[in-house]
Design a protein around this ligand. Structure first.
Ligand SMILES: *Cc1c(COP(=O)(O)O)cnc(C)c1O
Length: 414
């Protein structure tokens, strides 16, 4: 069967798995084993040389199974399937989104190096950049969605460390404001600072829009990162992360993962294999529902402003970037309620069908208050600059019946 031209959703039930190797089981069993038997000592040696990067693969050679910190059938089948969505050379799955992110930052940034990042970023990422990286001598410089290419280049030059810019780290759309960053433009910034001695890599946290609605690898990124806890897992029953990317970058990521030991367990991988089978229908339904919810909020008298990609106005620069890098507006909506914290809390407390919880991208709809919850650690001044006000509410829209969702939101607003 030639699967080359098939869409990922057709391959999520079968790709990379041979039932005949598992007693004919139609589903991938959970391989709860820590280690694997070598046929010969020579084979064992050849596998270790590959796993530790001591030699390159021979033509057609694949890394065999060694030890479950390095690889495991559940991990490998999952990585092969997940990588299809981004047309990536390779993919690495982690035990959390934060372990995927911290592993990439640690691999590509060494003492004395400079990191360029888009602001705001996810709270955990923000903490790692501001509180951990400086302790190993890595400086970060942030820019926001409104900065031009020239302004960003100027920011980097002002640090005096432009020859040490090793990584451009983007998160787009930004959480919780839905500000969007032009990935292509940022990859041009990376090219501008790449030299004969070093390449400046581009990594994109695609948790909000991937792996369905945006494919940063196709527009200049070297790696895409995921909190797979969100859309990929999709059922709020696991924590996981992933990195997909070009072969050379992924080899580095996988080797460091082996030594940090941040790979996902066979159980977590098995749950994610289950989740990938419905990824497309879940995400399609979620964005369909979200567009209806956004429309309803936008016309409600108690709502001040709705931040949703589907409401961007044609002809604006944001709309041009949106069209260039996204195929749907996603299922994350933020909006300001008329009033302040009191009114926002009253709305959240009154929701019945929607649950009051952080996290996103799951089958059930969730609502939260960024200023008092996910972003409470951000200093008040930056919070204000980012537009995270006391009357801001963030919604993640699930797969429920749209009329039920709208009537729940409507009665809570009333
Ligand atoms: C949740 C999230 C993370 C962190 O992922 P965990 O799986 O919770 O470790 C990183 N980035 C974004 C955009 C997220 O939403």
């Amino acid at each position: 069967m030639n699967t080359k031209n098939m869409q990922p959703e057709s391959l999520m039930m079968s790709y990379g798995y041979k039932p005949e190797l598992s007693e004919g089981a139609v589903k991938v069993p959970i391989f709860n084993t820590s280690t694997f038997v070598f046929k010969t000592a020579e084979e064992g040696k050849a596998q270790f040389e590959l796993a530790y990067g001591l030699r390159n693969k021979n033509e057609g050679e694949e890394l065999g199974l060694i030890y479950s910190r390095i690889n495991n059938p559940n991990l490998e089948i999952l990585e092969n399937r997940l990588g299809l969505w981004d047309k990536a050379d390779d993919c690495a799955v982690f035990e959390s989104g934060m372990s995927a992110i911290s592993t990439v930052l640690l691999e590509f940034l060494k003492p004395g190096d400079l990191l360029l990042y888009s602001s705001p970023t996810y709270g955990g990422t923000d903490h790692f950049i501001h509180h951990f990286l400086p302790t190993i001598g890595v400086e970060g410089v942030g820019f926001d969605a409104h900065d031009s290419k020239e302004a960003i280049i100027e920011l980097v030059n002002k640090t005096g460390k432009q020859d040490r810019l090793k990584l451009v780290y983007l998160e787009t759309p930004a959480n919780p404001t839905n500000d969007i960053i032009d990935i292509k433009m940022c990859s041009e910034v990376a090219t501008h600072f790449s030299t004969d001695e070093h390449k400046t890599y581009v990594a994109v946290d695609n948790t909000y829009m991937g792996p369905l609605w945006s494919h940063p690898l196709q527009i200049g990124a070297d790696m895409v990162l995921y909190s797979a806890t969100k859309y990929i897992g999709g059922h709020s029953d696991l924590i996981a992360g992933a990195v997909s990317g070009h072969a050379e970058a992924m080899q580095r990521v996988k080797i460091l993962r082996t030594f940090l030991g941040t790979m996902a367990s066979p159980n977590t991988c098995w749950l994610m294999l289950r989740s990938l089978e419905t990824l497309k229908i879940r995400m399609d339904q979620q964005t369909k529902n979200a567009q209806e919810v956004a429309k309803f909020l936008d016309s409600h008298p108690h709502v001040e402003k709705v931040f949703y990609l589907g409401l961007l106005k044609e002809g604006t620069p944001e709309y041009a970037v949106y069209k260039k890098q996204y195929t749907a507006p996603g299922a994350m909506i933020s909006f300001t309620i008329k009033g302040g914290e009191h009114e926002a809390f009253a709305f959240l407390n009154k929701l019945e069908l929607m649950k009051l919880a952080v996290s996103l991208g799951s089958t059930e709809s969730l609502a939260q208050h960024p200023a008092a919850m996910t972003h409470i650690d951000v200093d008040p001044e930056s919070r204000k600059k980012m537009g995270i006000t006391d009357n801001l509410v963030r919604l993640s829209i699930g797969v429920e019946n749209i009329d039920d969702l709208v009537s729940d939101i409507s009665q809570a607003l009333d």
